[in-house]
Every structure is written in structure tokens, then in C-alpha cells.
Ligand binder design. Structure first.
Ligand code: PLP
Length: 422
């Protein structure tokens, strides 16, 4: 169904109902002002053109109203995070009351573990996937230590088998069969940042719950990329960032999900702050802590409105495009990338990412045996922004909102040339 030709790529772009969304983003350019081929939305998504206008609105209202902007700004700052909730909830498949934008990813992961990792002497172990993003591993290890456990004992890695690159669900089942009674928490990345593998979230959740464990997901590479259906799969909690596929700018605020079955659970310990307190009495500043119901009750601080404005601009683009359409395009676009790479018939190339679209988002992790970082340098010189992981993997993520079939076609042509010259 795919053809290796520029004409085919162009015709796919013409038929693509989302093609015009590309014009709503700002692309980095070379010295001649030519758009670079940007395939790095898994690391930092591009800036929507709307973003500066949304941020400017808040700067204007700040200058016009000062502190009164909390209530008098066009978009009042006190409830500002509420403007983001519905759109964000759709993107992660949650009910609005289950989602809140706050803090940043690793901070949210810790706050969630304060509530959801409550180990006992015998049930204290945490499972993560091996090759989890370093920040997640550090966070989990430090939680183990904080509770007096040795990470060497308490941290269980779900690993690919010898000679393989991907994790198999059967192996997670095996770990649970052997050690399920000791496992307190499964904390898994929904989509692995290195391999691009998306895990079966529903099956993992069910498995963890069978053994009385809590199941949480890090959606850093999932949010805005795959549909995790957090509510329906019954995940206990999830955290994510908004600067990768969610295009909300470097270091922008993170997202957090708490399943509604925990919303009134007073058994859960939590670290609290005034922003999680009942909105009606928050400013009386006297009352004992009275948690808001739902994910909002985990908020601590009043959030950065400038960052929220950027998230809002991006979510408006997602809302306009429709997440189902975005995902549909991603399946086609990444399929085209895979087809073109396989068509190079280069024996040195091995795509690590699963070929089943259900088991991946838009990223392909391409291993080039015998390559070193020079490959990445050469691609950059050729006008491609991509991402290199030692020792020999290049990660390419065509983001369906702003990448085209033509981008993907030109990338593979450049890859071929660089490989030939290298
Ligand atoms: C990007 C990423 C992070 C980054 O964490 P921050 O707290 O936002 O700096 C953490 N974990 C994973 C899996 C990531 O992909």
C-alpha cells in the first residue's frame, strides 16, 4: 500500500485531513531560512503559532490588573488550570475529575508514590521496566531508600530476554507469579523512551491488581502519542510531561491522573499544600486541610500561569484536530517511515521498535550496527533534527500534528546518502 517515491509521499500529504495543521507550528530553520526536517517531537515538541498570543494575553492582564488578575483577567488565574482539564482528560482517556496539571513529571511521580507506595515489611518491592528513563529509576530507588529498603533487593527490573530488545508480557507475568506477594507497586513507562515499545497497559494493570499491587504509569512518551485510556484500564495513577508530544514548551508543567476510585480515600497519605485545599475556604487561611475531591486534591502550589497558557494553546490545537484523527495519521505516517527504512534493504539497520502499531506510538528506534555518533552529526548537517542514543540507536519520531509524509521521505533519502558516505 506504500510506494517509495516523492510523488506518493506528496499525494499522501494531499489526502491527509490534518496536513494543514503543519502551518500552525513554528519550525527551526537553517541559515538560509529553510525549514529543517524536525523529527524530535519525542524530546521537545514544536511551538504552536498560537502560543505567544496565549502567553501575551496573560502578560497583558498581569500589567493591566496586577494581583486582581487572579479574578479579573480575561482568563482568571485562580481557576486557570480548570481551563485545561477537559481537553487533557480526553487525551489520556480520563474523567475530568481524575486529571490535574501541576508541578513537573518527576515531582509528580514522587508525590504519587507518597500516596500509592506504602510498603509493608513483606510487600515492598517495585517493578519498573529495564531501560526505564533514568529519572524514573532514581525516583523509585530513592523511594525505596526513603522507606528503609535496599534498592538492590527492592527494585525488580522487567527486562528483555538475552539477545532481545523488547520486554515480553509473559516475563512480567512470571515475575508476578514468583514474587507477586512481595510486589507493592508496578511503575511502568507506557511507551519506552529508548525502544519506542508501548506496553499493554490494560493487561499490566489487571495483572498487578490480581496480586494486590498498585499500578502506575509514566506517560512521558505516551501522552499525546498513544491513547492510554487511563480510566477504563483502571490504572491507579499516572504522570506525564507536556513538553514532548504535547508541544507546551521546555520545562512546561506536568500532568497527573488519580483514578476516581481513590478520590475520597482518606487512607491515602499525601503531601499537601494550599492549592489542594477546598476552593471555598482556601483564602481563609485558617481551616484544617480540607482536600479537594479528585486529582485536584493533590495540588500543592499555585501554578505558573505562563506555562499553563502555553499548554492551553497546545491543547486547543489538539482539540481542533481531534486525538483519534491524530492517532490514525500517526499509524500511517510511522508505517510509511518503517516501509521506507526497510526498503533501504541495509543489513546494518535493525528497527528495534515493534512493527505492530498497537505496540508503538509514532517513534521508531533505528539501530545502525557499526554506526557511532558521527551518523547523527552527519544527519544534523543534512538538515535533520533527530535524537541519538548510545551506542548505536537513532530515534525518529514523526509527530502527526506537524510532520508530513514528505518529511519522512526526505529523511530516509538523507539517511541513505549519509550511510553510503559514512
Ligand atoms: C522526559 C522524561 C522524564 C523527564 O522528567 P522531568 O521531571 O520532566 O524532567 C522523565 N521520565 C521519562 C520516562 C521521560 O521520558
Amino acid at each position: 500500500m506504500y510506494i517509495n517515491s516523492l510523488a506518493f509521499a506528496q499525494s499522501q500529504d494531499q489526502q491527509d485531513p490534518l496536513h494543514s495543521f503543519r502551518n500552525e507550528f513554528l519550525f527551526p530553520t537553517d541559515e538560509q531560512g529553510q525549514k529543517l526536517i524536525y523529527l524530535c517531537g519525542n524530546s521537545l515538541g514544536l511551538q504552536p503559532k498560537k502560543t505567544s498570543e496565549y502567553i501575551q494575553q496573560e502578560l497583558n492582564d498581569w500589567s493591566k490588573y496586577g494581583v486582581e488578575g487572579h479574578t479579573d483577567a480575561k482568563n482568571p488565574w485562580l481557576p486557570y488550570h480548570e481551563f485545561l482539564t477537559n481537553s487533557m482528560a480526553k487525551i489520556v482517556g480520563a474523567k475530568p475529575s481524575e486529571v490535574v496539571i501541576m508541578n513537573s513529571l518527576t515531582a509528580n511521580l514522587h508525590f504519587m508514590m507518597v500516596s500509592f507506595y506504602q510498603p509493608t515489611k513483606t510487600k515492598y518491592k517495585i517493578i519498573i521496566e529495564s531501560d526505564a528513563f533514568p529519572s524514573d529509576k532514581y525516583a523509585v530507588e530513592s523511594q525505596l531508600k526513603f522507606h528503609g529498603f535496599d534498592p538492590k533487593e527492592g527494585l525488580i527490573l522487567w527486562k528483555p530476554r538475552e539477545g532481545e530488545d523488547l520486554c515480553r508480557f509473559e516475563d512480567l507475568e512470571e515475575i508476578m507469579k514468583n514474587q507477586g506477594d512481595e510486589i507493592a507497586l508496578l511503575m511502568i513507562g507506557s511507551t519506552n523512551y529508548y525502544s519506542g515499545q508501548s506496553f499493554p497497559l490494560k493487561k499490566i494493570t489487571k495483572l498487578g491488581h490480581q496480586y494486590g499491587a498498585i499500578v502506575g504509569f509514566d506517560l512521558a512518551h505516551g501522552a499525546g502519542n498513544i491513547q492510554p485510556n487511563l480510566h477504563d484500564i483502571n490504572a491507579d495513577f499516572a504522570v506525564w510531561c507536556t513538553y514532548k508530544y504535547l508541544n507546551s514548551g521546555p520545562g512546561s508543567l506536568g500532568g497527573c491522573f488519580v483514578h476516581e476510585r481513590h478520590e475520597n480515600n482518606s487512607e491515602l497519605k499525601r503531601f499537601t499544600g494550599w492549592w489542594g485545599h477546598n476552593k471555598q475556604t482556601r483564602f481563609n487561611m485558617r481551616h484544617d486541610f480540607d482536600a479537594l475531591v479528585g486529582a485536584e486534591g493533590w495540588q500543592l502550589s499555585n501554578p505558573s500561569i505562563l506555562s499553563m497558557a502555553a499548554i492551553r494553546a497546545s491543547l486547543d490545537v489538539f482539540e481542533e484536530a481531534g486525538f483519534d484523527n491524530i492517532r490514525k495519521k500517526a499509524v500511517k505516517l510511522t508505517g510509511y517511515l518503517e516501509f521506507l527504512i526497510n526498503d533501504l534493504k541495509n543489513p546494518l539497520i535493525n528497527i528495534i521498535t515493534p512493527s505492530n502499531p498497537e505496540e508503538r506510538g509514532c517513534q521508531l528506534s533505528i539501530q545502525v550496527k557499526s554506526a557511532d555518533k558521527n551518523l547523527h552529526t552527519q544527519l544534523t548537517k543534512a538538515g535533520v533534527i533527530s535524537d541519538w542514543r548510545e551506542p548505536d540507536v537513532i530515534r525518529i519520531a514523526p509527530a502527526p500534528l506537524y510532520n508530513s509524509f514528505e518529511d519522512v521521505f526526505h529523511f530516509v533519502v538523507k539517511l541513505k546518502i549519509v550511510l553510503k558516505n559514512g
